[in-house]
Design a protein around this ligand. Structure first.
Ligand code: F6P
Length: 467
């Protein structure tokens, strides 16, 4: 292979540029040209296929910076639809015109689904990214536990249900233990939780902090490092009576309560609290927002004003209970050391997989207590259920203690290898040196997009079809 392409798809993460850099460094060593495709699959739906040569003369361009969040080549939620054969042919023919012989997609479970039909046209591999940490499997046999049920309300006419597991859960069998992006998202969320605590303490308030993750509770679980009193996860339906009892107990004791909830939490009937007004993004994912606010309304009704007035800790439940979203701050900014380091390794591994002649493969990050973290290639077909669909990983129930509403012992054991040394000295030094730098006040922000724009090249316009 002489030339490969790389694109970044789906929601950005802080570690995508580190993945790009890892891929470019390895491509330089192997004397392979690497083109960055602008704005994910959107590049290939555009007849001009905007792209950037990332390593002219096998040297990385100076804009590549693994410590910068987001993605220098842009991302979008566009995806290739396996049922649209003509669209697939067009995408493949544009890649061919660019001289691209193999493609690396930096993406999550949605991208991996989209990559399947493309891999029938040219060698394609996935380098994982997601802050949600939902790309992977709890154990290799998990895809076989999904069943498909007809459902006229579902977009595809079917919904999938996860049957009870036949496997013993063991951290050493997790496929793709953790994905770059997750550690930085937890770093931001846990920091946010710590900060909210002192204001909740001072003003005798109950804080509900919503974190991202869609239907996966990993970010909420990791925010345990910020020491909230209660963590609520999408994988465990709410037990409102138990929850309110626990909130009151804590409030009586310490006059403040800090609760973290995943944006995808569900009630006893399995209905998402944050999806009362259902909207979807272009890839068909339900846009979740408002779980914390919905929970606050339930608390206001169930706890009531009298409870707060009785102890003179506020005039009303409305005043005493407040919500905050960590929001997109958990997805942006500088990646912490853990993410940078492993993102780069996964990018490099993706290049190696292509050059070894692998197709439809995923570079994954594995963990074992004997070896620590290591990267390896994994056949994407093994992620698919019997209908060919790749599901987002749900956090295994054993990582959480629903009574304590905190990580279980297994959950703590899961988090420790990721986070114990996740922050580098340079991460702290970076804040010290740059946040209050004089130039921040005097000079405007210089966007990477301006520099990349100057490097973008285009395919020549396609000839209009003869009539
Ligand atoms: O998948 C990543 C993610 O950040 C989710 O956690 C969140 O639900 C979603 O993307 C938000 O998407 P958008 O940035 O398009 O609002």
């Amino acid at each position: 292979m002489k030339r490969i392409g790389i694109l970044t798809a789906g929601g950005d993460t802080p570690a995508m540029n580190a993945t790009i850099q890892g891929a470019v460094v390895r491509a330089n060593q192997l004397k392979v040209e690497i083109f960055g495709l602008i704005k994910g699959f959107n590049c290939l739906f555009n007849p001009r296929a905007p792209h950037v040569h990332l390593n002219p003369l096998y040297q990385e361009i100076p804009e590549i910076d693994p410590t910068k969040g987001g993605t220098m080549i842009g991302s979008s939620r566009d995806f290739v639809d396996p049922d649209k054969k003509a669209e697939l042919d067009m995408v493949a023919s544009r890649l061919k015109k660019l001289g691209i012989e193999g493609l690396i997609c930096v993406g999550g479970d949605g991208t991996l689904n989209g990559l399947q039909p493309l891999a029938e046209r040219l060698p394609t591999v996935l380098a994982p990214k997601t802050i949600d940490n939902d790309l992977g499997m709890n154990y290799p046999s998990e895809p076989g536990e999904w069943v498909r049920v007809k459902d006229s309300d579902a977009r595809t006419g079917y919904r999938y249900e996860h049957r009870d597991s036949q496997a013993v859960f063991d951290l050493e069998y997790v496929v793709n233990y953790v994905t770059p992006g997750y550690a930085t998202a937890v770093f931001v969320s846990a920091g946010g939780v710590e900060r909210i605590r002192t204001t909740a303490e001072s003003h005798r308030r109950i804080a509900i902090i919503e974190v991202m993750g869609r239907h996966s509770g990993y970010i909420a679980l990791g925010s345990a490092y910020g020491r909230p009193d209660i963590i609520l996860l999408p994988e465990h339906p709410l037990d409102l009576e138990h929850l309110v009892e626990r909130v009151k107990h804590l409030y009586d004791l310490q006059k403040n309560v800090v609760i973290v909830c995943g944006e995808g939490i569900v009630d006893e009937q399995g209905r998402e609290l944050g999806a009362e007004t259902k909207t979807t993004d272009p890839a068909g994912n339900i846009a979740l927002s408002g779980a914390a606010e919905a929970l606050r309304h339930k608390f206001i009704q169930m706890i009531g004003d009298r409870y707060f007035q009785l102890y003179r800790r506020g005039n009303s439940a409305r005043e005493a209970i407040f919500t905050r979203k960590v929001g997109h701050t958990q997805r942006g900014g500088r990646p912490i050391l853990f993410d940078r380091f492993y993102a780069a390794q996964l990018g490099a591994k993706a290049v190696e997989l292509l050059l070894e002649g692998q197709n439809n493969a995923v570079a994954i990050l594995q963990y074992s207590s004997a070896k620590g973290f290591y990267v390896q290639g994994y056949d994407a077909n093994r992620f698919r259920d019997r209908w060919g669909y790749i599901h987002a990983r749900r956090m295994h129930p054993s990582l959480y203690d629903p009574k304590l509403m905190k990580p279980s012992r297994v959950g703590i054991d899961y988090l420790l290898p990721i986070f114990t040394d996740a922050i580098g000295d340079d991460d702290m030094e970076h804040i010290r040196r740059t946040l209050f730098a004089q130039g921040n006040l005097a000079q405007p922000y210089h966007s990477i997009n301006t520099d990349i724009n100057k490097r973008i090249r285009y395919l020549e316009e396609e000839e209009p079809a003869a009539i």
